[in-house]
Design a protein around this ligand. Sequence first.
Ligand code: GDP
Length: 330
Amino acid sequence: MNVVELADQIAAGNRRALARAVTLVESTRADHRAEAADLLERLRGLNRQSLRIGLSGTPGVGKSTFIEAFGMQLIAAGLTVAVLAVDPSSARSGGSILGDKTRMDRLSREKGAFIRPSPSSAALGGVARRTREAISLCEAANFDVVLIETVGVGQSETMVAQMCDLFVLLLAPAGGDELQGVKRGIMEMADLILINKADGELKSTATRTVADYAGALRLLRKRPQDPEDFPKAMAVSATEGRGLTQAWAEMQALAQWRRDEGHWDHSRAAQAAHWFDYEVREGLLAQLRDDPDLRAAMAERSRDVAEGTATPSAAAREILQRLGVGAPPD
Ligand code: GDP
């Protein structure tokens, strides 16, 4: 199938074509990269937008249980849902989140759902591009909601937050001490904090945890792109399906508010600019990394700098000139 046919089939919502296209954007082969770029450029004109929701949480907190229940609820409401996973550590751990499709058994069998496990590529740069492009493909295939799941390892959350419209943090019920364990930076990214497992014996702990986080969120800097009562903390139970309707209502309310206030377009534009900048930097770094002569020159100049026979700026200037990008301004 050529790129034109692939684009047509994706535009028509064909799941198999979408799966093939995601495989294409995951490839690092130069000819595949060129095809992927062509495909994405063709699909750009469709101008379709999904609601992109980032979902983060440490392993075991209930992400896949939540996505399954939440996804089924969206499907029942007549929406289509794509689920993508970001796991930069998967190559190291040998597994991958979502790798086992049975984790979302019901959802994966739904016609309105598309579930894609994390590829085994370990480099964050590659994962970022692949995820961004996979999101674009899902949007082109006209999915209403794209959920991007990530494990709680800091860097990947920042990356996912920069490609999403909403960022949801899933936490377990816990005492006040553990609240400190959630990094402030991650709290600041969250639009909605969901305390999962608010059922059975954990129910009252969950209620207290919600209060703890609601208090902590009030202490954070108010974001201009948010209505008064956001970011919010609330309790859910993924296994019992409780709180999911309310969580979805909150997500929709926030998304609508941001659309109405112009923050949505502004944020997507800022994200696009960020990723352009990122790609340029990554491209330059890749040149340095992949060219053996440049690598050798880097190593040599690095030694000179360490030994004091060249200044860092002069040595950097020389390398940059070899890259053909000139020197940075003083
Ligand atoms: P993930 O690693 O974040 O994807 O977590 P999983 O969805 O695999 O869930 C980890 C464990 O927590 C499983 O044994 C789930 O059955 C359990 N779990 C998930 N959600 C809930 C919930 O709402 N309540 C309770 N009691 N257990 C849950």
